[in-house]
Design a protein around this ligand. Structure first.
Ligand SMILES: NC(=O)c1ccc[n+]([C@@H]2O[C@H](COP(=O)([O-])OP(=O)(O)OC[C@H]3O[C@@H](n4cnc5c(N)ncnc54)[C@H](O)[C@@H]3O)[C@@H](O)[C@H]2O)c1
Length: 248
């Protein structure tokens, strides 16, 4: 028996990177994984890799209608949602003064409002069940700041405050809400933010006490713990998975 045996587990942005790692880890722990992504073929490819009871949905977290359609379908098929992992995220690195309001809107929509959309749709279901776990992906950028990521860092800091508040509001329904903050993690997003530059990679690697970048698996392990019943008395917490890069 896995730690997430038969738990119906919705993961956003699960078509690649950390979300794909989370989908794999949750499936290995016995979960019925609902693999959602704005890129439908990427989600379908992950379901093919996982096999079993997993299913793929095209969900744009910024578009509430696509969230609601997925939730309705999952409820019709499974009758419950046990775990929600808000992983979808996006950014382009640049100094704040070079950014424009259209870019702010997009960063805030994907990294902040997307999580509001899924939580708003799924919290009432978990409350009616009197059980559920929500794990929100923020970033160390949201805890300690990160040059070139001002608006993203603000949105991710928002995720932390939001998560603590819904954790308080829903403890009486035995719903846990926790936040995982990856440090530099080797994914397409990291590469697009400068991680494909060997000098930056090397500099970051040297700065990390464990002397390596994070992997999707490292982050997925922490997510699976928070999603499991082993964490049923842990809520409103924020955990960095960064090889010790940040310790405050
Ligand atoms: N990689 C890092 O170094 C790092 C560090 C800190 C935090 N994070 C966070 O971890 C999470 C995953 O990041 P990643 O590195 O795996 O990124 P990634 O770009 O490799 O994967 C993100 C996935 O989200 C999907 N996506 C993008 N916009 C979406 C939308 N509107 N609706 C639904 N899906 C959407 C993409 O299609 C992609 O499959 C993000 O929340 C990110 O902010 C990553």
């Amino acid at each position: 028996m896995g730690r997430l045996q038969d738990k119906v587990t919705v993961v956003t942005g699960a078509g690649s990177g950390i979300g794909r790692g989370i989908a794999h880890k949750c499936a290995a722990e016995g979960a019925v994984v609902i693999v959602t992504d704005i890129d439908e073929s990427a989600a379908a490819a992950v379901v093919d890799e996982i096999g079993g009871g997993a299913s793929a949905y095209r969900v744009d977290v910024t578009d509430r209608a696509t969230v609601d359609a997925m939730v309705a379908d999952v409820m019709a098929e499974h009758g419950r949602i046990d775990v929600l992992v808000n992983n979808a995220g996006w950014d382009v690195g640049m100094p704040f003064v070079d950014t424009e309001p259209d870019f702010w809107d997009r960063v805030i929509a994907i990294n902040y409002v997307g999580t509001l959309n899924t939580c708003h749709a799924i919290l009432p279901i978990m409350a009616a069940q009197n059980s559920g776990s929500i794990v929100n992906l923020a970033s160390d950028a949201g805890r300690v700041g990160s040059s070139g990521e001002a608006v993203y860092a603000g949105a991710k800091a928002g995720i932390i405050g939001f998560s603590k508040t819904i954790a308080r509001e829903h403890a009486r329904h035995r719903i846990t809400v926790n936040v995982v903050c990856p440090g530099p993690t080797d994914t397409a997003l990291f590469a697009s933010m400068g991680g494909d530059n060997p000098r930056l990679r090397e500099g970051l690697t040297k700065a990390i006490p464990f002397r390596r970048l994070g992997t999707a698996q490292d982050v997925a392990n922490a997510v699976a713990f928070f999603a499991s019943d082993e964490a049923s008395f842990i809520t409103g917490q924020t955990l960095s998975v960064s090889g010790g890069l940040t310790m405050v």
